[in-house]
Design a protein around this ligand. Sequence first.
Ligand code: GLC
Ligand code: CA
Length: 558
Amino acid sequence: MNRAWWKEAVVYQIYPRSFMDSNGDGIGDLNGIISKLDYLKLLGVDVIWLSPVYQSPNADNGYDISDYQAIMAEFGTMEDFDRLLSQAHGKGLKIVMDLVVNHSSDEHKWFVESRKSVNSPYRNYYIWRDGKNGGPPNNWGSWFGGSTWTRDGATGMYYLHLFSPKQPDLNWSSPALRDEIYRMMTWWCDKGIDGFRMDVISMISKPDILPDGPAENGAQYGDFTPYCIHGPHVHEYLREMNSRVLSHYDIMTVGETSGVTVEQARLYAGEDTHELNMVFQFEHVDVPGKYAGWRTNKISMPFLRAVFSKWQTGLNGKAWNSLFLGNHDQPRSVSQFGDDRPAFRVVSAKLLATWLHMMQGTPYIYQGEELGMTNCPFESLSEFRDIDSLNGYRTWVENGPLTHAQFWPFLLFKSRDNARTPMQWSARPNAGFTTGTPWIRVNPNYTEINAEAALADPNSIFYYYQKLIRLRKTYPVIVYGSYALLEKNDPNLCVYIRELAGEKLLVICNFSDKKQAYTLPEGFSGTQILITNLNRSAVDEPSLTLQPYEAVVLRRPV
Ligand code: GLC
Ligand code: CA
């Protein structure tokens, strides 16, 4: 397998609005991030992925961009950004920018011009269609509720938006639009940024003819995904982007590719396909239920194990994995996959970290994950800020079949705002995030769960992550080794082997809150413990009893 710096790196995702506020307006900002670079350096990560910091009216917290080459005033100025970049580089940290080019804001000047007339030179930058039978051009339902089409008064035609009406989809079949995007990307690369995380990049290509999508019995809207995910020209566009921009710089790229299969990922992120370095797959989090993505159930270990094992073996030697459990769109990882009850929060957060970071791929840490931050006990609808949560409420309660009481648990468990409550820096008011009023409530458990406390405790989750990152830098088998699953059907234990040139790691994870007996495969008793989340100091017997949520990694040298 080819070596690359981005294969050996660990990425830390910052959601700037919620990371650190430097000026007391209650909103995280670039100067706040600068003040925490040493914290990230101490953790040991290599790359920071910044969720969008561009100018935006904030319909979707920056995922609706009105100027791709300006900084959101709430976050600071371009000078602040330049300072962040140079200070990060000075400390050996790289910065990867979010690139949101499936859609822009409706306040972007391209759209402002586009909507004025069918003859506007920008008309073709977006996707306009005539209505049908007095309604929208087809039956597609937006991921943020309602139709994907909004009729615009100036010309009476409809524009496409797979997300909110404030996020019109860009028309990638326009060469002029693609030129603009490549120019803009080049401008950022020339500034010295280190890569792009590409928002919903699997959705940029739409077919010319946009037929109705399949609709479930009685459903108001049809599904656009058969037409818009991995659309007809998506790989062609990415290869063009690669040759026009990406290939000229030593940067890393990761595509957010919802709905991606292993076969598709080998195209997007193949060793020799000249598109992206890696993609995010979502099979372990996008489990459709009766109410679209809304659910209250945790993801079981056997499901998680099956998904990751498929990806580990399916991409090995062919394409590169990205490894994540949390991000700004997901519940907190310890709440979704671990056990956030006080007795088990720390040990299960470390278990998840061990399990994920010992796999092949580039690991991503979402801000606060290194502290074991949990879902937030929101108390009323008025505390939610997220467009997706509020639209979900509208769709399922106000205009739908559920009562408030029925929908509330879904919101509590699955709302994206769980990930967006402020970073918990200390036990001071507002978790030390701001001296003002935070834009979204702080999780009340900050008095106990915070960075200051973690840094003072040698057994904290923070230092455990630090150790995992160091191990990855010390043992190439962690980065490049092959993966083989053992005990395929055990309901509680997830066990796998990594191997590189004869060196082997055995990763044993007990995903249950009960003790479990386990007999080691041959050749591992008496080997070195690389890391463990409890106090085990040796594994000298062929069989052992694992404590609840215990994780142990054994190393057998060549
Ligand atoms: C991606 C982002 C999400 C955003 C959506 C629309 O999924 O991660 O936060 O709402 O795209 O841009
Ligand atoms: Ca601020």
